[in-house]
Design a protein around this ligand. Structure first.
Ligand code: PEP
Ligand code: MN
Length: 347
């Protein structure tokens, strides 16, 4: 942190600031410039409330140097990128050269249907199966998911296909139950700052697909990721799923610049969800290719065998046929950016 003093600050005021920094257990380093003093603060000020210095007489402003997150920060693992595997012994690894695709319906609708779509997305080349058993619905009267029965259906689909399963957990009370069935716990956008839930999934040994909150800055997002990491779980996969803006031609705005920016700031792998990011199936293939070109480490794509009869998010769900064609073109885009997007059967 650097404390910039006002041009008319007195020597006593600079000394007072230095005393307060010492009191906080940090080391002050006053630097006299041609027009004013700045006081550099040596030491990790992230655990202190540095904003209080703004109130001190003679202080003009505070500039933070360290990022407010620690464990998620790129500096924590210089030159290294975290790789997260989902499913024991599976080839579904995020953060390596290959770009895995998580595909499946928004909700688990029934056992036959989830097994059928699991087979279809596997044939199309997908690496993992998604499907919500506990659904966070805006409308309290809407379908809330099949709960534990849905988890059992997902487990049956994994049994049939070998695909690892990704499914959402909504509350700390359900973490143990969902972790019993899932290979990867999804934290949805609406829960991205539910810190007790983040701590609870941080205490499990299951990888976490951690979606960005729809109104979160990247700083807030990475601080939230630190809740999971600090609780002892290193296997966090970030997921850009779009944010709220004034624009309404899409369900959310999918800011793909966050992909290279998150990779600059963090060692964690980053997945893009172009389904929730756009809300329209016709935009999903182009935005998936754009996400790969932007450097994403994976994709999460809602896929349904019959989108017009989907129980949730039909408008944004692509068909397995579209997914298969998409996988072919993703492989070509991946090659252009020195990555691969090889189907599960070949990795
Ligand atoms: C989902 O994946 O179906 C979902 C509810 O996602 P989000 O939390 O991004 O809205
Ligand atoms: Mn959905």
């Amino acid at each position: 942190m650097i404390i910039v003093m006002r041009p008319d600050a007195t020597a006593e005021q600079v000394d007072h600031v230095a005393d307060l920094i010492n009191e906080a257990g940090l080391k002050p380093h006053p630097i006299q410039g041609t027009d004013l003093y700045v006081v550099a603060v040596i030491g990790d000020d992230r655990l202190k409330d540095s904003s209080k210095f703004e109130q001190v007489p003679g202080v003009d402003r505070i500039m933070r140097v360290l990022s407010p997150y620690k464990m998620a920060a790129a500096e924590t693992k210089p030159g290294e990128r975290t790789q997260v595997r989902i499913g024991q012994g599976s080839g579904c690894v995020f953060g390596g050269t290959n770009i895995p695709v998580i595909a499946g319906p928004c909700s688990v609708e029934g056992e036959d249907k989830i097994i059928e779509i699991a087979r279809l997305v596997k044939d199309a080349g997908a690496h993992a199966l998604r499907g919500g058993a506990f659904k966070p619905r805006t409308n309290p009267y809407a379908f809330q998911g099949h709960g534990e029965d849905g988890l059992k259906m997902l487990a049956a689909a994994r049994e049939e296909t070998g695909l690892p399963i990704v499914t959402e957990v909504l509350t700390p009370a359900d973490v143990e139950l969902v972790a019993k069935y899932a290979d990867c716990l999804q934290i949805g956008t609406r829960n991205a700052q539910n810190f007790k839930l983040l701590e609870a999934v941080g205490e499990t040994d299951k990888p976490v697909l951690f979606k960005r909150g729809m109104s979160m800055t990247l700083d807030e997002y990475l601080q939230a990721a630190d809740y999971i990491l600090a609780a002892g779980n290193p296997n966090v996969i970030l997921c850009e799923r779009g944010i709220r803006t004034f624009e309404n031609h899409t369900r959310n705005t999918l800011p793909l610049a966050s992909v290279p920016e998150l990779k600059r700031r963090s060692h964690l792998p980053i997945v893009v969800d172009p389904s929730h990011g756009t809300g329209h199936a016709y935009l999903v293939p182009d935005m998936s290719r754009a996400a790969v070109a932007a450097g994403c480490d994976g994709l999460a794509i809602e896929t349904h065998q019959d989108p017009s009869h989907a129980m949730t998010d039909g408008a944004q769900s692509i068909t397995p046929t579209v997914l298969k064609e998409l996988m072919d073109s993703l492989a070509r885009v991946a090659e252009a950016v020195d990555r691969t997007c090889l189907p599960l059967s070949t990795v």
